[in-house]
Every structure is written in C-alpha cells, then in structure tokens.
Design a protein around this ligand. Structure first.
Ligand SMILES: [Zn+2]
Length: 298
C-alpha cells in the first residue's frame, strides 16, 4: 500500500515537473495607448513657450488611456462632465482670460462609454492642476494615484494660482501615493515600474508642481513614448529647451529652475534615443499626428 502511494506521489511529482518544464514562457503583455482628447483651445504659439512664433497653435485637454495586458488606466483625466460648474466655482475672475477652454467638451467618461470601455479603476495624474483633475468626479470608483509631494496641495484645496480646486476634489476618496520604489530611469532620480516589465514606468519630474510625474510607455511595436504632463506645453519648446512664456511660467510653474532642469532631462533622453516620442499633455499637434481615440497607438 505504502509502496503504491510512493509510486503515485513520484508519478505526480514527475508530472508536475514535466508540466512546469513544458509550459511555454508567458507571452509578454500587449501594451498600447489611446489619446482621449476632451477639449481644446485655439491659442498662439508665442503664448506657449519663449521664442514661439506669432502663429496659431492649438492646446488640447486630453486623458491618455494606457492598456497593459488586461489592465488599463487613465493618465490624467482631461476635462470632465462637471468642468463648466467647476470653472464657474473656482477659476478666479482675473485668470479667466488666460486659462480657459473652447466648447464643446467631450468628457473621457462619455467617449469610453460610447466605445464600450469600462470600468476605469485607476487614474494616475501627472499633477494636480484643474485641467488634469477635472474628470476625476466622472470616475468615482477609481483609485487616484498621485506623487506624495502633491498631497499637500490636494489636502488644502484653494482657488490660488496653482492650487487644487475644492470643486474637483470634494468627494474624491481613492487617493493613493505613487511610491518611487526603483532606482534611476532614463536620467531621472527614481522610478516606479507599474507592471514590473519596464513597459510602463513613472518618473518624478518636480518643478511645474512639487509632485509632477512623467510616464514612459513602450508599445508592442517597440516604439517608446514619454508623457511629460505640463513640464512643457508644446513640443516646440524642446528644440531649444525654451521655458514657458515668461508671464505664464511665473504664474504656473511652482519652481522655474526645477522645471528647467526637468526640460533638460527630457532633452537628454531625446538625445540618447532620437526615436523617443515626447507627448506634452496639451500639444494638440503631436497628439493629432499619433491619432486620437478611438484609434489606438500600438
Ligand atoms: Zn495643464
């Protein structure tokens, strides 16, 4: 009896070993993204960066849908369904000529629902300014990932320039810290690899706000993309490393020198990899060239 049991056990172990050895290695997860443009503003290039031309330029307000295997999340939330009320409540009157958006607004929530995509359970925000948090309230079930350095702003909402709007964070409870638990990445001090395979990696980019973050994504085609939030508003600024228009940077950049250091790190990454595609949160031209949701960038 005992002998039979041992024999059976040995057989089981052999089968287990064999099946483990025979199992093909897990296929790498498919990675792609889509640019969900929620609104835009017709403006001029010279207002976006120092040395910009006196030519029309379009600013986009976009959320970025990142898909990794069966998981997906939004990087920024774009302008949401409540943006008009939020703007009426919290944008100071003297700022309205400078910080605005054109109608119509097409919230990410509506675009994703039309395409049958949902639910969104995680939103990672590049920083906590109004035009990046507006859509949070459309996804009340989602975790909201934010760099720890940004939490002081969220905890004390205010209508001050650079402040977090009370109307946008009231009722948002799913805050999570982004923990930069890995070492330097692409010249940045630290990193957080969201899936552990190097395909979707967050890096700290303080300056525009204390807790601004950037996101590197490598898609299935091997193309590499770098979402840089508002470190620059327009990719044209990266040609020379130009800062924002002088008035704009005094208003909106928390630390001008630190923002400039982040711009130089982006330029260094571009120099190392000339094929790297840098995607500023508001550069409509770069985003249109890649294609907008429901198209995917593979
Ligand atoms: Zn912005």
């Amino acid at each position: 009896m005992l002998k039979t049991t041992f024999a059976a056990l040995a057989f089981c172990l052999a089968s287990l070993t064999a099946s483990a050895a025979d199992e093909p290695p897990a296929a790498p997860a498919s990675v792609r993204f889509a640019i969900v443009k929620t609104a835009s503003l017709q403006t001029h290039e010279w207002l976006l960066f120092s040395g910009g031309r006196f030519e029309p330029a379009e600013t986009a307000f976009s959320a970025f849908l990142i898909q990794h295997g069966n998981d997906r999340f939004l990087f920024d939330s774009g302008l949401g369904s409540q943006v008009d009320a939020q703007y009426a409540a919290d944008m100071p009157g003297w700022n309205r000529p400078f910080f605005r958006y054109d109608q119509p607004v097409r919230p990410a929530k509506d675009q994703l629902a039309e395409a049958g995509i949902g639910p969104i359970t995680r939103i990672v925000v590049s920083h906590s300014h109004w035009d990046h948090l507006s859509g949070l309230s459309d996804f009340p079930q989602a975790e909201v990932w934010l760099a720890a350095a940004e939490h002081a702003l969220v905890n004390q909402p205010s209508q001050a320039v650079g402040g977090v709007w009370p109307s946008q964070v009231a009722g948002i409870t799913g805050w999570k810290d982004i923990v930069f638990d890995r070492g330097p990445f692409e010249g940045f001090d630290a990193s957080h690899d969201l899936y552990g395979d190097g395909r979707v990696v967050l890096v700290p980019m303080p300056g525009h706000t204390p807790g601004s973050v950037g996101l590197f994504v490598t898609t299935d085609s091997g193309r590499r993309f770098f979402f840089v939030g508002d470190v620059v508003w327009n990719a044209g600024a990266l040609k020379t490393g130009a800062p924002k228009h002088w008035a704009a940077r005094l208003f909106v950049d928390h630390d001008v020198a630190q923002t400039q250091a982040a711009i130089e790190l982006i330029r260094a990454a571009m120099a190392r990899d000339p094929k790297l595609v840098v995607v500023p949160a508001h550069d409509a031209k770069v985003q249109a060239a890649l294609g907008l949701f429901p198209a995917w960038v593979q």
